[in-house]
Design a protein around this ligand. Structure first.
Ligand code: GLU
Ligand code: MG
Length: 459
């Protein structure tokens, strides 16, 4: 009997979808993924080729796993040290959508498999799928909500940062300056099946934030990529350019892509609790995140731009602690309330940005938290002020350290944490570290602003 995984079934389904999309005027399908720098990559094929793309896939080089943030290919990792090799990029039909802002195109997330269709150890999406299976084995599931902050600029030849809105922060006046863009975003997100929680002019010059309502983790990661594509298309028609970079320049506000998690067992939200914190299992989840935070942050905020963004006092989470509704905390517990209900409770990771591969970010996050639950880790009291304003001695007394500040501290945190290293797997970790080193080497002797300018439009 044919099953859902039967390639004939898949092909038949893709044929129907290709015919329908073609009849509606769609000419091609873009299959997207994110590399180890969080940079979206893609291949586009004519819509008639969708059945092939969804079954045997599209040929791409295996070297995307070792592209650095400037598209330099590093051969420093022994597993991918030659220019030889090809893999297949398979379009995932479950995520197929016609792009409202680019109506001649459909889009689907891609999964990378080896030339024979077997699992490929460098495929980031499979890392998350594997982690979600482990979570399910432990009787757990998660809901993930993303907040996306970005800068909106005029689209100019030289890529200079000319703000498209001028504040004030959170004001409708700022949004009026980019009214056409905001309209396109609202319409195109809805048409693409992306649910916006809210949208506002953020604190920084030219900055905008929107939140996506919570979904299962795989959908959240797929949707994060679709959201970027949808935003870019909306900006393009209005002569605007968006920077998703963690820090577009040293004088910009940082762009966090904060991750909200709630963890569920048997229909109960384990993050629910009282105004002071979650119940015991939710507390253990936060304790697990806190324990592994330096290694998790090396995946969720991995780039040179991420490190530049993590300044104390900027709500980016520079020190390792948790707090209740404390916006300076990398782990901010958001309690439920009488108004919103107990199940509104979640924990936000602020040390997260667009230079993270979303699949790897969620896999690392959930592995750390789930280990805390499995081990019933105790959680210390929350910190409700900003440790960045304390003396070094006070921080030492409370055991609050800065998160890694340099690429080598970051690498040590990741390689020194076997739990998180194992989530990525030996090969992917090797490639991931090779591109981090390649980025770091290319930045030696360069001014921070020069490095940030190089990353400004990459994500
Ligand atoms: N822009 C800040 C960041 O770098 C976050 C501000 C906020 O709390 O929304 O993450
Ligand atoms: Mg914000």
């Amino acid at each position: 009997m044919a099953t859902a995984a039967d390639p004939r079934d898949l092909r038949a389904r893709a044929e129907v979808q290709a015919r329908e999309l073609a009849a509606a005027g769609v000419a091609g399908v873009t299959v997207g993924w994110a590399d180890n720098n969080g940079i979206p990559r893609s291949r586009t094929v004519p819509i008639a080729a969708l059945p092939d793309a969804a079954t045997t896939g599209i040929g791409v080089t295996s070297l995307f796993a070792v592209f650095d943030s400037a598209d330099t290919i590093t051969y420093a990792y022994e597993g991918l040290a030659t220019p030889s090799g090809d893999i297949r990029l398979v379009a995932e039909l479950d995520g197929l959508v016609r792009l409202a802002g680019q109506p001649a195109l459909a889009w689907a997330p891609g999964r990378q498999v080896d030339a024979d269709g077997e699992p490929w150890p460098y495929d980031q999406r499979s890392v998350l799928i594997r982690q979600l299976a482990r979570l399910a084995d432990a009787g757990l599931s998660a809901l993930i909500g993303y907040e996306l902050e970005f800068g909106v600029y005029r689209d100019t030849e030289d890529g200079e940062l000319i703000p498209a809105h001028h504040g004030p922060a959170y004001s409708p006046a700022a949004l009026t300056e980019i009214d056409g863009f905001v309209e396109s975003v609202l319409r195109d997100f809805a048409a693409n099946g992306l649910h916006i929680g809210q949208l506002h002019a953020e604190y920084g010059p030219a900055q905008v934030e929107l939140s996506l309502t919570a979904t299962d983790p795989l959908t959240a990661a797929d949707n994060q990529l679709l959201a970027r594509q949808t935003l870019r298309a909306a900006a393009h028609v209005h002569g605007l350019r968006l920077s998703f970079a963690p820090l577009p320049s040293t004088s910009s506000a940082g762009n966090g892509w904060h991750l909200h998690t709630s963890l569920w067992r048997d229909g109960s939200n384990l993050l629910a609790g009282g105004p002071q914190g979650p119940g015991p299992e939710g507390a253990a989840y936060i304790a697990g995140l806190l324990r592994d935070l330096p290694a998790v942050a090396a995946v969720t905020a991995p780039s040179l731009g991420s490190l530049a963004r993590l300044r104390p006092g900027y709500f980016a989470g520079a020190y390792r602690f948790w707090g209740v509704e404390n916006r300076e905390a990398p782990l901010r517990y958001v309690p439920g309330s009488a108004l919103l209900g107990a199940d509104h409770a979640n924990v936000e990771l602020k040390t997260s940005d667009a230079s993270a591969n979303p699949y790897l970010a969620l896999a690392a996050l959930l592995a750390a938290g789930a280990a805390g639950v499995a081990e019933k880790l105790p959680l210390g009291p929350p910190v409700q002020t900003d440790p960045g304003t304390w003396s070094e001695a006070d921080r030492a007394e409370r055991g609050i350290a800065a998160l890694p500040k340099t690429p080598s501290e970051q690498e040590a945190a990741l390689t020194g944490n076997l739990r998180i290293a194992e989530v990525l797997g030996k090969e992917l970790l090797g490639a991931f570290l090779a591109v981090r080193r390649s980025d770091a080497e290319a930045a030696v002797d360069r001014e921070t602003d020069d490095v940030l300018a190089g990353l400004r439009w990459r994500y």
